[in-house]
Ligand binder design. Sequence first.
Ligand SMILES: *[C@@H]1O[C@H](CO)[C@@H](O)[C@H](O)[C@H]1NC(C)=O
Ligand SMILES: *[C@@H]1O[C@H](CO)[C@@H](O)[C@H](O)[C@H]1NC(C)=O
Ligand SMILES: *[C@@H]1O[C@H](CO)[C@@H](O)[C@H](O)[C@H]1NC(C)=O
Ligand SMILES: *[C@@H]1O[C@H](CO)[C@@H](O)[C@H](O)[C@H]1NC(C)=O
Ligand SMILES: *[C@@H]1O[C@H](CO)[C@@H](O)[C@H](O)[C@H]1NC(C)=O
Length: 696
Amino acid sequence: MPPPHGDDESYAHTPLIPPPPLPRRATARLHLFPLLVAATFAAYYHLVAAPAPSYYQSLFLSLGSNDTAAAHLRALTIRPHLAGTPANALAAEHVVSTLSSLSFPTRVTPYSVLLSYPVHRSLSLSAPGRATTAFALVQDAYPDDPSAAASAEAVPTFLAYAASGSAAAEVVYANYGRTEDYADLASRGVNVTGKVALARYGKVYRGDIVKNAHEAGAAAAVIYTDAKDYALGKTFPDGPWMPPTGVQVGSTFKGVGDPTTPLWASSEGCERVSVAEAMATDDMPGIPALPVSGRDGQEILQLIGGDVAPEDWQGSDGAPVYRLGPGPAVLNLTYIGNETMATIQNVISVIEGKEEPDRYVILGNHRDAWTFGAADPNSGTATLLELAQRLSELQKKGWRPRRTIILCNWDAEEYGLIGSTEWVEENRAMLTLRTVAYLNVDIAVSSSGFDVSATPQLDQLLKQASKQVQNPDNGTESLYDLWMASDGSPLIGRLGGGGSDYSAFVQHIGIPSIDISIGSAASIWGLVALKLSDEEILPFNYSSYVAELENGAVDINERVLGMPVSVSPLHKSIKEFNRAVIKVDSELKVLQTWKVWSPWRNNPMRVRDLNDRLMMTERAFTDREGLFGRPWYKHMIYAPSRYNDYGAQVYPGADDAIQTAKRTNTSESWQSVQHEIHRIARVINQAALVLSGGLT
Ligand SMILES: *[C@@H]1O[C@H](CO)[C@@H](O)[C@H](O)[C@H]1NC(C)=O
Ligand SMILES: *[C@@H]1O[C@H](CO)[C@@H](O)[C@H](O)[C@H]1NC(C)=O
Ligand SMILES: *[C@@H]1O[C@H](CO)[C@@H](O)[C@H](O)[C@H]1NC(C)=O
Ligand SMILES: *[C@@H]1O[C@H](CO)[C@@H](O)[C@H](O)[C@H]1NC(C)=O
Ligand SMILES: *[C@@H]1O[C@H](CO)[C@@H](O)[C@H](O)[C@H]1NC(C)=O
């Protein structure tokens, strides 16, 4: 099959025929004959010995198969497989045996980490003149559930790492449990101290909901799912939305990785903080808490009196009027958890690169699930295995990646991104030295549409790749069309939030990364991986990073207007960075022109130098000391918001400082804002130097 012509200009234009015959003059022939031989050889080399990367990319796209992914999904989700359980170790074996059978060297890297399981839970509701009722705290089975027997193995509904203890007190309704909701309650004279806070899921990370309740003085927290946010269409089993009896289970740990090894890896025999110390840190919610269903939440709400809650605190149409309390409803809650060391298994599989084996393109997805995990995360795991199968087919056709591809299947993501974080911490120096990019897929299939987030130098690559992949639900349009349709321009999210396993790669060590969620993720995931692993010059483009940094600076500027703070160091550093981007762009053009007009390959050392600078620029955005008060977060551009682990924040250090300064309004606090602006400017200047390859 001839190499197809895709969007990939650098390869599509590689000369396939030797140059035309030259004038027959003896002297000229003398000089030109060796050139002709070399040119012919080089052309032959491109054509026969090594098909262009675009050839294998097209071949990869043609190999899609539903059956493979479906079979893996069934095998992975036959039983609930919570981290640390034998069922999840069995699921790891499925991944290992699949990857090994494809002849990719595969191993398990185990870690002993602190996990959390429920031992005892009870919750009862009472009010004056009413009999006390106890909640069952189970997810109701639905008629004819084919997995009813296996469901009995599922962990009872709970919130991992909630404090063990009891509370019996009047209830206060706290809306989404955000800091602003508690401020609103205080301004209305509702005192949360010693009460049980009832909040609904939906706007912030559940760990923040419980933590905020604790900080507002609540003795315990209960979180329910409101139909307003979780029943926007047909509910399960008739549709994908949460039924009234569904309960959202999850972690409340606000940190990242094993709580007993806060800044280092959980290697065998390593230093650890005690379980008691780990449970006493600010990253833990500190009070007992339980999740309940929408139906149970409504039952509690109906017994809360006091002032009517504001309009945007109310439920969906037809729901009863919500009031703030406190009381007269009283909740009596007991939660006993077991925080215990358990063994988790990451699976690591390596496809060694041919020309640059010391450069890594890493693909990752987690395996552990709160219950069966059909969508989160094993739609992603099935996709990873299907992708691996396609790569193995390419290998049979002669493909060897230029750079090394590493396939990772993480464990204990649900508890706090634990498996990926421990591995990144254990391999920090090597990964920093060698990793080109990290490509994450958590939930591959949940709904239609194309959701993608990335560090900005990968925007162009994503747009280009999405034009080459079909929309899985409509054969006549590309993924790019589907992506465009949503609002007229492709929307790329950023990776500041703490939502999945990219966190350690981006926020701890500064690796360019992508997080993808789409119906047929294998094609786009694999195509992006192939482009990153096989193209001679890394397909990175830092110009959208400039726009991103600029927008962040404008935002900071607006927030400090009229305050004794100057944003000009930041603007100046971005200008410097922009100059570096322009310089690299022209360097790239020279290399590409050279490549188009000459059958010789580029000087490999020059290409390697350029690639190293493209790769290491992201690293330069990290700072050794990390964010103020949050030293694990080293990236100065992207980290979660301090008050919502799911919220992606640009310039998180400046954001933290501005929030503090607005609250306290002291001159020291505004000086801290200025200090943070200088720190950000310094890393941007470093990034500009790395990208342009210059010294001052
Ligand atoms: C995969 O399954 C869907 C739905 O059943 C179908 O429309 C599509 O054509 C299948 N794709 C392949 C490559 O078999
Ligand atoms: C809230 O209640 C607690 C305990 O009853 C009390 O100590 C505190 O002063 C109250 N706070 C306000 C602002 O009234
Ligand atoms: C709360 O419930 C427990 C039983 O789960 C009971 O022993 C305890 O007395 C109750 N507390 C109050 C204040 O009702
Ligand atoms: C906690 O878990 C450990 C390890 O699985 C187990 O040995 C212990 O009995 C558990 N404790 C409780 C109170 O369930
Ligand atoms: C598929 O996409 C094409 C082009 O965007 C559109 O015209 C057509 O209506 C779509 N078909 C379906 C079934 O959505």
